[in-house]
Ligand binder design. Sequence first.
Ligand code: NI
Length: 212
Amino acid sequence: MPASPLVRAALIFAVGLALLTGGLALWRFATPSQPATVSGAVSSSGAALIGGAFELVDQDGTTRTPADFSGRFMLIYFGYSYCPDVCPTSLSVMTQALDLLEESSPESAARIVPVFITIDPERDTVPVMKDYAAHFHPAMVALTGSSEQVAQAAKAYRVFYAKVEDESAGDYLMDHSSFFYLMGPDGNYVAHFAHNAPPDEIAEALQGHVNE
Ligand code: NI
């Protein structure tokens, strides 16, 4: 029995709405780069796509997986120690945000582990990571691994990176996406922040998420 025109119109509308909603969620997920973005800017449908298994080595040579952080929040940043500007700034922002939170709410700050994951494992060996992490938050866990291990971690967090030859320096730089990811005590995605968000705004957002 053919559906009445009204039913058909309603069906077409419903399908269109579903497609639009899905498309919007994907679009928002693919473009979380507005500098004003501080928290809660990713819809839950896109959120499920961020995060997952990794196996890396910290700056003391200890193998680390997400299970090691179970019960605590992870504030994760992907970058590389040879980065001339963005990464050191981002890791300073991360450190300042956690220092501010520590001042206002030490219990909240204690629940968050700052994590730095290199996307340049070729140069970021364990000793290099140890030296580098020492410039930032004392609790920072700095992770590296084989190219495959790093690729897997970056893929889980949907982090883009690529080597860019730098003729003048006879060396190379890394192009990479630059966000902080807040992962919950259950390992699930909670929020992301732009790398250049003001530390006090990040601190405030962290406070809110930790006390949710
Ligand atoms: Ni960088």
